[in-house]
Design a protein around this ligand. Structure first.
Ligand SMILES: [Zn+2]
Length: 74
């Protein structure tokens, strides 16, 4: 739904799901690709039963990765 009164200056909500990755601790991380900067956001999607990392809560962002390899192929 789009309205005629969009909030100006808000352009950080363009996330596209990319892939899932299993972490060594048992957690599952989801990779999201942002547009238009082509930066990958790594977020915890599911927590492993034996994970000891307190920062691995569901929905927490672990870090950012630049999609340099993809950029070369475009
Ligand atoms: Zn973990």
């Amino acid at each position: 739904m789009r309205t005629s009164s969009e909030t100006a200056g808000r352009s950080s909500t363009h996330y596209a799901f990319d892939s899932l990755h299993a972490l060594p601790c048992g957690c599952v991380a989801a990779i999201y690709r942002t547009h238009p900067w082509d930066v990958q956001v790594v977020a915890v999607e599911a927590r492993g039963p034996h994970c000891v990392h307190q920062q691995h809560e569901i929905g927490s962002v672990l870090g950012l990765e630049m999609g340099e390899t993809d950029r070369l192929s475009r």
